[in-house]
Every structure is written in structure tokens, then in C-alpha cells.
Design a protein around this ligand. Structure first.
Ligand code: GDP
Length: 320
């Protein structure tokens, strides 16, 4: 069974990936930035303290573990946060990923054993794309600090690939689950719908209701990353459902699932949540992942919304 290192192991995807790999019997290690995080991990995962902005911590750990697979999931995860902290975003999500590639490359050079790396890239590298849907050959031209940091990491993945390191870059479209924090619109909506349904009243403040996203089920996207790591060759893969819905569609489906038909009387647009620059529509063409990796999205939009709402309704019913 492989030895695996996951950066960003406490995030949504890191948690789902760690649980899956532990269940498969892998020797799973995770990198965490804060001492407090050492006590909260997934059972069966050995956590290590280290900062992605500190080169030595990551290099030393990769040398010591000699992992077969490294999943580079660590970084700033939200576009909104990246506007507030552009320098930190570049350091962690851009250079931090390159630190991981360099550590894997150095370990491979030193031991002669192959290390396979998967970079969690993002649809945000495309910015306002010149074509719909986007695929692996779409121009990379980000429009926010998060996308620019991810673009740098994505391009460096290709640079390390040409140097002889196996680095697959999965260009992930929005992917959701009950593990999403409320900084993301999906979870904000599902927890809001559950709260308003339970109280019989209340208002949810949102930003742009017309924005359209290609929303998928996070465990499917984690599955794509595992398939990419274990494929014969390293490459770039768009991972997406190929279908978009608007924020308003998500709200409607979530409120209906929570038992509220007239969602409009419970939602207001607050300019504070409308972003200054926002990609209007993102949609990916995942044919390459389907053809080469045998990957496909298994959960429909309606089912995804239902799972997240049901989780939040159940949470409210759980005594704390
Ligand atoms: P992102 O696509 O990675 O930025 O994921 P988000 O879930 O944060 O945002 C998805 C879309 O929802 C974006 O176009 C946002 O502008 C839009 N949106 C509308 N209202 C809100 C809100 O209240 N919070 C967030 N986070 N996004 C919102």
C-alpha cells in the first residue's frame, strides 16, 4: 500500500481524500500549519506540523517519508479572502505548491524512487474565459489573486513535469459537500435555508444571484485526483460536470428541499456580498478526464443540493 502525503489535509478535499485513502489501507500523512490542528485530524492519519511558506519543513518531511503520492491541496481556498490577502495567497497557493513540487523532485533525485504529485488546480486560472466550456487548452488568464496564484502553480506543475517529475494538475471546478465552510455560497445557502425553515422566518443576504457555476460533488473530484495520481502519465485534467446553474437556481432548490416554496421573500441582495470582479459563468469540459481516467461526475445538481440541505437540517436538530 502506498505512503501518501496530503497538504491541506484539514480542508474539505483533504478530509475526504484522507478518509478514502485510510479506508484503502494506505499509510496516510498530512501537513498542518497550526499546532491546534494536530488534535483534530481524520483517524488513522499521521499529522505533521509545517508551513507551506517554509521550504525546509516541507522538504525535510518529504525526504523523511519518501511518499509514493503527494496531494498538493494546501492553500488559500477562497477568492474573497484572496482579495483581502493577495500577498499571502501568492505565498501559500502559488509558491507553496512549488515548494511541494521541489521537495518531491529533490526526494526523487536523492532516492531514485518515483514520487507522484497531484496539484489541486482551479477553474479560476481561466478568469473570464474566451470560450465555453473550458478545457485543458483554454487560455490561462486569471482575474483575481487566487486565480493568479493557482495559475503560477499550474504552470510550474508543467515545468516540473518536463523536468521528469510526475505532476498531474487537476483543474477543479466548484465542488461542494457538507464540509464546505459558509464562506462559500452553497453552504451559506443550505445552512440559511435550514435555519429559516426551522425558525419559520428569517432573511438570507447574498450577493450576485445571476452568477453561474458548474457545481459538482466534492468526493467525485477527490476521486478524479486519485485517478490522476495513478494514471500511466501525468497530465492536466479539467474536472467538472459540464452543467451550470445560477446562484438563484441553487437558492430555489435548497429552499424547496427545506420545505419553503417562496424563497424570494427570504432572500435579499446585499451589495457587500457582490464582488467587484466576478467570473459570470464557469463551465468545464471534462472529456479528457472521462476518456483517459474513466472519471465521471456521479451526483446530479439536485442530489447535491438535497444532501447539503439534509445535512444542515439534521445539524439543527442535533442538540449541541
Ligand atoms: P467561488 O466560485 O470559488 O468564488 O465560490 P463561491 O461559492 O464563494 O462563489 C460562487 C459564486 O456565488 C460567485 O460568483 C459569487 O459572486 C456568488 N455569490 C453570490 N452571493 C454570494 C455570497 O453571499 N457569498 C459567496 N461566497 N458567494 C456569493
Amino acid at each position: 500500500m502506498p505512503t501518501v502525503l496530503i497538504t491541506g489535509v484539514t480542508g474539505q478535499d483533504g478530509t475526504i481524500l484522507a478518509e478514502r485513502l485510510v479506508a484503502e489501507g494506505a499509510d496516510v500523512h498530512g501537513l498542518v500549519r497550526l499546532r491546534e490542528e494536530l488534535s483534530v485530524g481524520v483517524p488513522g492519519v499521521e499529522l505533521h506540523l509545517g508551513d507551506l511558506t517554509g521550504r525546509d519543513a516541507v522538504g525535510g518531511l518529504v525526504r523523511e517519508l519518501a511518499p509514493d503520492e503527494v496531494y498538493s491541496l494546501g492553500g488559500i481556498s477562497s477568492v474573497g479572502f484572496s482579495w483581502e490577502h493577495p500577498v499571502l495567497t501568492g505565498a501559500v497557493s502559488g509558491l507553496g505548491a512549488v515548494t511541494v513540487f521541489e521537495a518531491a523532485y529533490a526526494a526523487q533525485q536523492a532516492t531514485g524512487r518515483d514520487v507522484r504529485v497531484v496539484q489541486a488546480s482551479s477553474a479560476e486560472i481561466f478568469g473570464e474565459p474566451d470560450r465555453t466550456p473550458q478545457d485543458e487548452s483554454t487560455s490561462v488568464r486569471p482575474i483575481n489573486p487566487y486565480g493568479a496564484a493557482k495559475a503560477y502553480a499550474h504552470q510550474m506543475a508543467a515545468v516540473y513535469r518536463s523536468r521528469g517529475l510526475f505532476v498531474a494538475s487537476c483543474i477543479l471546478y466548484n465542488h461542494e459537500s457538507p464540509l464546505r465552510p459558509e464562506a462559500f455560497v452553497t453552504r451559506k445557502i443550505t445552512s440559511g435555508a435550514a435555519r429559516i425553515a426551522a425558525a419559520g422566518a428569517g432573511v438570507l443576504s447574498l450577493g450576485n444571484l445571476d452568477a453561474r457555476r458548474d457545481w459538482g460533488w466534492a468526493p467525485d473530484y477527490v476521486d478524479a485526483m486519485v485517478r490522476a495520481a495513478r494514471h500511466d502519465t501525468a497530465s492536466d485534467y479539467v474536472v467538472a460536470t459540464g452543467r451550470t446553474h445560477s446562484v438563484a437556481d441553487f437558492v430555489e432548490a435548497a429552499f424547496r428541499r427545506a420545505g419553503i416554496e417562496d424563497w424570494r421573500s427570504h432572500v435579499q441582495v446585499d451589495p457587500a456580498f457582490v464582488r467587484p470582479v466576478d467570473a459570470y459563468e464557469m463551465v468545464g469540459n471534462a472529456s479528457k478526464a472521462r476518456d483517459e481516467l474513466g472519471w465521471e461526475a456521479t451526483v446530479t445538481f439536485e442530489e447535491l443540493v438535497a444532501r447539503m440541505v439534509d445535512h444542515d437540517v439534521a445539524l439543527l436538530g442535533t442538540p449541541s
